[in-house]
Design a protein around this ligand. Structure first.
Ligand code: GUN
Length: 296
């Protein structure tokens, strides 16, 4: 980060590769320690994961989240409902989990089948058990800076990656590409909270290349394979790639063209092994924070 690197003999030094797998393992060990401390005062953190239908990606994500819980000693309970589940039955399950004192965090895996209204379901989760930070109360709390409320896991994971890489957003131009409620919008709020000058670009942005070229910190979260061209990246920029796209040849790539971006960046996250593991790790952090908050 900071000043552009010298191009000695036309060869740029390699960028720092921000290792999300390693940092996520560190976060998990911190969480495991926190779980032991909670156990010592008689609290066993519990996470309920609700999955509806047979979305194959959701099945993989949920399996990964539960495996992480097991590793750190968080009790996880999966409720897998059929794709034909009615809105009333799903809301009844959420109400039951809201009332269950052994459950500290609730996560409803998205996307839900088309006949279910995601917003209504997410709004029904008790904001004090909102492991994803998607409830309007917690979204509002982030936006006006109320501390101690759960925050969406992917942008929270990105902030931890920046911290570990010693990248201070203060005063930097940060560009978030993508404006989803899950990543783009909360990402912008968290970067703003750390005093970055934040721009949000999206599918209607007129000149994405020009926006990217100005950014000291780029967070790409559009979900389109290699949409951000490597030669758009500003020399010395920090590149965080939230994308995870499967190409026809089976390769997994991010939203940024990696090799040419890595030649210009001062630091960059790989795909896979960058942001992905952090999203899972931050869910564990949210769960123990919710358990701690209840204990208070
Ligand atoms: N589907 C894709 N990402 C997420 C996430 O972060 N939380 C939930 N609940 N569902 C998702």
């Amino acid at each position: 980060m900071g000043a552009p690197r010298p191009a000695a003999f036309g060869i740029l030094p390699s960028p720092m590769i921000i290792d999300g797998k390693l940092i996520a393992a560190k976060v998990r060990s911190e969480v495991a320690e926190a779980v032991r401390a909670l156990g010592a005062v008689g609290i066993a953190p519990g996470l309920a994961v609700v999955r509806v239908g047979e979305d194959p990606a959701s099945a993989i994500y949920v399996r990964g989240k539960r495996k992480d819980c097991e590793e750190v000693g968080i009790r996880s309970v999966e409720h897998h409902l059929p794709a034909t589940t009615s809105q009333a039955d799903l809301l009844a399950l959420v109400a039951q989990l809201n009332a269950d004192p052994t459950i500290h965090g609730i996560l409803v895996q998205l996307p839900l089948p088309k006949h279910l209204d995601e917003r209504t379901v997410l709004d029904a989760i008790d904001p004090r058990k909102d492991a994803d930070g998607f409830h309007p109360f917690n979204v509002g709390a982030l936006s006006i800076g109320i501390p101690g409320t759960p925050r969406p896991c992917t942008p929270a994971g990105v902030m931890r990656l920046l911290e570990e890489a010693k990248v201070d957003p203060k005063g930097k131009r940060a560009l978030v590409v993508g404006r989803s409620n899950i990543v783009g919008k909360p990402m912008a709020a968290m970067l703003l909270e750390k005093h970055a000058t934040v721009t949000i670009a999206h599918s209607r942005t007129q000149d994405l290349a020009a926006e990217v070229a100005r950014a000291d910190i780029l967070v790409a979260a559009i979900g389109k394979a290699e949409l951000v061209r490597g030669d758009w990246i500003r020399e010395g920029a920090v590149v965080i790639d939230v994308g995870m796209n499967r190409l026809e040849d089976g390769r997994l790539v991010g939203d940024v063209e990696y090799a040419p971006a890595a030649r210009r960046a001062s630091a960059i996250t790989p795909v896979p092994g960058g942001v992905g593991p952090m999203t899972r790790a931050m869910l564990l952090v949210n769960t123990i924070e919710l358990a701690r908050a209840r204990a208070r």
